[in-house]
Ligand binder design. Sequence first.
Ligand SMILES: Cc1ncc(COP(=O)(O)O)c(C=O)c1O
Length: 470
Amino acid sequence: MTRENHSSPGNAAARNPSRMHSVSPENTELVDLVLDYSRRRMLASDTPLDKPETEAELDRLAAGALTEEGIGASSALALFENVLAPACITTDHPQYLSFIPTAPRKAATAFDLVVSASAVYGGSWLEGSGAVYAENQALTWLAHEFGLPATAGGVFVQGGTLGNLSALVAAREHARRRVRESGAAMPARWMIVCSAEAHSSIASAAQVMDVDVVPVEPRDTGSLGSEGVRAALEEHAGSVFAVVATAGSTNFGIVDDVASIAALKGEFDFWLHVDGAYGLAAMLSPLARPLFAGVEHADSVIVDPHKWLFAPFDACALIYRDPEAGRQAHTQHAEYLDTLTQTSDWSPSDYAAHLTRRARGLPLWFSLATYGAGAYREAITAALRLAREIAHEIERRPHLRLVRQPQLSVVVFERDGWLPADYERWSARLLGEQRAFVTPSSHAGRTNTRFAILNPMTTLDQLTGILDTM
Ligand SMILES: Cc1ncc(COP(=O)(O)O)c(C=O)c1O
């Protein structure tokens, strides 16, 4: 690690408290350096997958980064480029197929720099009306795609976990108000009904809220239907404040039977929340849209633009059918905030469990404005098609077995005769050879592996090449 010698930073800082903020040759040079690096990274088509490094090795190479005098921008950036970035798996790589990947569009990634450069405060209309207006345009567009009324609205939060929590807090507040108004007694425990295959963030939200989860076994297809939900609602009458339907399960990409669950709203009083963090984006494609019938009846939905809507980390669109329910549950009150909250202005802080916020919906807005919605439909449709093609290929290979037919773009399969250790070794080898990032998973106690496909740069050849290594 070299020290820059064009300045003696410690002494300069002592003499000049505005050194870090002023428009100076030093800061001009560092902005150029960072923009040049970002430009190279955004336009590179051969960024390797990379892999995790041990803490000891990172200590050896980077432990001296933080000093009293500073090491200078070029040394710090070189450290990032040569040591730290290669120790981070490239999540937008076409052969990153684990968990739920990300594949931000060029426009969205580039615009993320603009969001930082513009120092926008995204929490209140007073401070960020232009940004809030644009974010709301994107939310209204999503709400329309999901069949929600034009009055629906919400906020972009950090991720699906916070989106689910915020929606469920609003749901419980709504239920409490209803019980108070009716004069009835509050239930001893509030409950959330969801599929046993719902995402772990629902259990996490329940723990934070100190409420119970009633897990309902889905049908054999993996899809939760009204029969299981009805039984749970009857068993726990008066205690269930929300039913969560998953629109694209994380493990399998299976969509619950939202229409049949929504139909129960005529008989039972509950808030229907649709967790579409990964899958709801597929509603944009005519190929998958029919699977999502019933979403239009939801009281709240979430979808993560950092998943299948091609925005950079981190963004979750949380949309309420009646945004007032979100506002009543989440507005923070304090003397210094009265100027923001004692108006009818739309302030995003009021719609989730947060206050200060980055205008993290802007990269999606810019990308949508740039390319148009049609480009999204095409890219999402391409992933759906590719998932079907590779599922067909898996069925053709005698030593492989599809665990379930894919509905969206997650393809789960087993290799005959493999034990967990075989999957582990194979996965490590793929990453070691920088070929692909495909991790083992499991279902009903059996180890399997899965391709989670959403990057339009992923090809059938790449996927069949991976199958050839099994
Ligand atoms: C269905 C579902 N819900 C919620 C989440 C949590 O989202 P996040 O990781 O953005 O908190 C995920 C993450 O993969 C998901 O797949």
